[in-house]
Design a protein around this ligand. Structure first.
Ligand SMILES: NC(=O)c1ccc[n+]([C@@H]2O[C@H](COP(=O)([O-])OP(=O)(O)OC[C@H]3O[C@@H](n4cnc5c(N)ncnc54)[C@H](OP(=O)(O)O)[C@@H]3O)[C@@H](O)[C@H]2O)c1
Length: 356
């Protein structure tokens, strides 16, 4: 089966996803009967390309955007010289791609930047795609942190998939783990370290390194958010906390409902003093039921050295789920990076293929 993909966002994650698809093409076909074509790509400043007949040349697209160019010239209509209707936005692209007579539903791959004010434009992209009959996979936390219930119901009503494994802990399965392997188990709370950038900064400071230097390393690796204050101020972790609450605990919160303290004010001396006391300071995300309410929080906390979360160094992450039938169960990510995030999208694609 060949799936037609449209990529909205072609930055660090989108481009690594494109290259990983190429690397995994044979394996996906052999093991999962999954072929693919990318028929459209939309960006904010690097143009829009759409070729529903031949599909786009992904290597060329990566080179063009990597060199700061525009994708517009890759569009079939521009090549044919017929002018056609010029696509001016991602929503236009979704509209075009979802109205191809006789074609299988397209798959939207959403990797635009996290906007913490409202989870936009990603939520609008996902909503439009589901309403237009597309399936959706995303590594963006916005839609699931701000509008999970609505989008989930929309997907169900349209008999389409809305998958978002990469929203928390890259491709390490958290949502799949709970959905596929814990039938009948209720998640009643969790605690975790779910922001790689701040954990790397705290670990670096434990060893005498500088805050700014550690942050720059995560920016250079493409792991920090486009606006790194979202990491430092705890917003990224709050968005992930809201996503976990909404999906695993059936909540309806947004990142603004999460009590939040970042690590912006932390000094190296404070971090090293904790180590001297046999503790580790970690940015801990947590949630628990409190009657009808769910209390959620992100804040730096000193943890005893024996705590699983205290043992996470650098970009390592973990979530400890508190359940009614299994007690505590942990999912731990020891390696993180762009390949792991891109793999989350590949794994969602395979999940979608299995469902189809
Ligand atoms: N990086 C990671 O390790 C990681 C891990 C897990 C999840 N994520 C999530 O993955 C997403 C992408 O991250 P990234 O690191 O790839 O970000 P990025 O490098 O900043 O790329 C963002 C992409 O979105 C495009 N874009 C922004 N607004 C748009 C709009 N309105 N319409 C169309 N395209 C738009 C940008 O286009 P221009 O370049 O033309 O502006 C760019 O191609 C984020 O939501 C992030 O939270 C990232």
């Amino acid at each position: 089966m060949t799936l037609d993909l449209i990529l909205i966002g072609f930055g660090n994650v989108g481009r690594r996803f494109a290259s990983l698809l190429g690397e995994q093409r044979d394996r996906l076909e052999r093991q999962h009967d999954l072929g693919f074509r990318v028929i459209g790509i939309a960006t904010r400043r690097h143009g829009i390309a759409y070729d529903p007949k031949a599909g786009l040349d992904l290597e060329r697209a990566r080179t063009i955007v990597g060199e700061g160019g525009t994708l517009d010239a890759l569009s079939s209509r521009r090549r044919a010289g017929d002018g056609g209707t010029r696509l001016t936005s991602a929503l236009d692209l979704i509209e075009q791609a979802s109205h191809r007579p006789g074609a299988r539903p397209a798959v939207l791959v959403e990797t635009t930047i996290l906007d913490i004010a409202h989870g936009q434009p990603a939520t609008d992209h996902v909503r439009k795609a589901l309403r237009s009959g597309c399936h959706v996979i995303t590594a963006n936390k916005g839609p699931v942190a701000f509008a999970y219930r609505e989008l989930h119901d929309l997907a169900n009503a349209a008999e389409r998939s809305f998958l978002f494994e990469g929203a928390v802990m890259d491709g390490v399965p958290v949502f799949n783990f709970a959905r596929e392997t814990l039938p009948g188990v209720q998640v009643i709370g969790f605690r975790g370290v779910i922001n790689s950038t701040t954990n790397h900064i705290l670990t670096t400071m434990e060893h005498g390194g500088e805050f700014a230097e550690a942050l720059a390393e995560m920016q250079a690796a493409g792991i920090a958010e486009a606006d790194a204050s979202l990491d430092v101020d705890g917003w990224d972790a709050a968005a992930k906390t809201a996503a976990l609450v909404n999906v695993l605990m059936n909540g309806t919160i947004t990142p603004y409902d999460v009590r939040r303290t970042g690590i912006g004010g932390m000094q190296g001396g404070e971090v090293r003093a904790a180590v001297a006391r046999g503790e580790r300071i970690r940015l801990v995300a947590s949630a628990r039921r409190n009657g009808d309410r769910i209390d959620a929080e992100v804040s730096p906390a000193p943890l005893p050295a024996g705590d699983l979360l205290a043992g996470l160094s650098g970009a390592q992450n973990a979530v400890v789920l508190k359940t009614d039938l299994l007690g505590e169960v942990a999912v731990v990510q020891l390696d993180s990076g762009l390949t792991q995030t891109a793999y989350a999208l590949v794994s969602d694609l395979v999940t979608l293929r299995r469902r189809l």
